[in-house]
Each structure stands twice: as C-alpha cells, then as structure tokens.
Design a protein around this ligand. Structure first.
Ligand SMILES: CC(C)(COP(=O)(O)OP(=O)(O)OC[C@H]1O[C@@H](n2cnc3c(N)ncnc32)[C@H](O)[C@@H]1OP(=O)(O)O)[C@@H](O)C(=O)NCCC(=O)NCCS
Length: 211
C-alpha cells in the first residue's frame, strides 16, 4: 500500500481555477509555491529590491548582496504572514506577499479582534504581466480568510499605480475611497516631502465567499 503522509497535505481547496494546497507553512498554486524565505534566496530578492519599483517600497531598498543576505535571514523566521512567491519549476523567488493581523479598531485596546489585514505585494519586473501576482494573491487571500481569521482585507495603492489597482479589482476588492496627499515616501528634488494620493480598496470575508 502506498504510504501517504497525512501531515504533508492538510488542505486542498478548489477556488475557481486557482486551486491551492497547504502544508504547514506553504501554499501551492498551479505554477507557484508561496513559502517562507530561505537564506539561499538572497540573490533573487536583491534582483528586485536593489531598485524598488514604487515609492512606497523605497525604504526596502537593498544596497548590496550582503544586505540582501541579512534581510532574508531576518525574514526566514516569519512563517505565517510573509511569503516568498516562488516559481515551482525553478525554485526561483520572483516576488513576495505579506500581511499581518491588525485590530479592527485600535481604540478598543487588547479586546479588539485581530481580523483585519493589509497586504503588500511585489513582483520582480521580469515576471510581471504573466498572471503570477493574481495567482499568488488569490491563494494568499483564500488562506487569510479560511485559515487566519480574516474578516476584512484592505489595500492602499497610489493613484498612479494602475497595475496594483487592476490587481485589487481582479481580486474583487471594492474601491472605497481616495485619500488626497495621504503619505510621503520620498522627497521632491527641493527636499520637501512628495505627498501621494492613495486609493483604498477592500473586501470582506462574506464578499469573498459570495464571489
Ligand atoms: C502590482 C503587481 C504585483 C501586479 O503584477 P502583474 O504581473 O501586473 O499582475 P497579474 O498577475 O494580475 O498579471 C497581469 C496580466 O498578466 C497577463 N497574463 C499573462 N499570462 C497569464 C496567465 N497565464 N494567467 C493569467 N494572466 C496572464 C494577464 O493578461 C494579466 O492582465 P489582465 O488582468 O489585464 O488580463 C506588479 O505590477 C508589481 O510588482 N508592481 C511593483 C510593486 C507594487 O506596485 N506593489 C504594490 C504597491 S501598492
């Protein structure tokens, strides 16, 4: 009789055409594995973080391969909410996705449920336009809603970031509103803060399940 490891595969979920399987800290989709970072990922992460594509990730810029090695070592301890997006066939890290539990109302103190999440997503430019971001984000949202107690997932995206807005919309998120000159990540050439207009998108668990 073939031995099947019951511990190896805990869940198999069919969600439209984007199925995923989940092991202890790994999500699998058709083409991708979402898994915690490993020290051997440093060169792949440096490839896309030596020049962060958008201002909101400016502070994540890595200046050397050594800095990348430190960064992935730090990240490798994160096993629940911070995933490398990996091409299954090549074990190549092509990006990342993360979101941590937040209180729905910080004013309630410790009694507030940690049921709100705000994801960050980023792909190496060489791998954009191939549907990988959607495939990864779909599996990640499904994981947050079904495994991690998410009630609401919201995302901020700058008004000139059309790829990210498009991804939010494909995921079924509602455009909730625009915050004018909401935040500054970088300075103007004259040293003054460059304030960006930011859209907020969101989706509730019941909306996700009704899709
Ligand atoms: C935001 C970001 C993750 C989106 O990535 P992306 O590759 O554009 O998104 P998707 O995975 O949805 O793929 C987009 C296109 O790939 C195309 N595609 C090609 N092959 C495909 C396939 N096999 N399956 C599905 N789609 C495919 C699709 O046509 C899709 O476009 P469409 O939805 O208009 O049909 C990416 O632009 C990025 O990393 N940007 C820099 C970081 C950033 O801005 N982060 C967000 C800050 S707010």
């Amino acid at each position: 009789m073939a031995a099947i490891s019951a511990a190896a595969v805990l869940i198999v979920a069919a969600t439209n055409s984007y199925w995923r399987t989940k092991t202890m800290s790994t999500l699998e989709t058709k083409r991708l594995t979402l898994r915690p970072f490993k020290e051997s990922d440093a060169a792949d992460v440096y490839e896309y973080l030596k020049e962060p594509a958008v201002n909101c990730f400016a502070s994540m810029k890595l200046h050397s391969l050594e800095e990348a090695a430190e960064e992935v070592k730090r990240r490798s301890a994160e096993t629940e909410y911070y995933f490398a997006i990996v091409l299954k066939d090549e074990d190549k890290v092509i990006g990342e996705i993360e979101a941590y539990p937040e209180q729905d109302d910080p004013g309630k103190g410790d009694s507030a449920p940690m049921d709100t999440f705000s994801p960050c997503w980023m792909l190496n430019g060489r791998y954009q336009g191939k549907g990988y971001a959607f495939e990864a984000a779909y599996a990640f949202f499904d994981y947050l809603f079904s495994e991690k107690g998410a009630r609401r997932i919201y995302a901020y995206t700058e008004d000139n970031n059309f790829s990210s807005q498009h991804l939010c919309e494909k995921l079924g998120m509602r455009k909730e509103g625009e915050f004018k000159e909401f935040i500054s990540f970088v300075n103007n050439p004259d040293g003054t803060p460059l304030y960006e207009n930011t859209w907020q998108y969101a989706i509730l668990k019941k909306e996700w399940e009704a899709k």
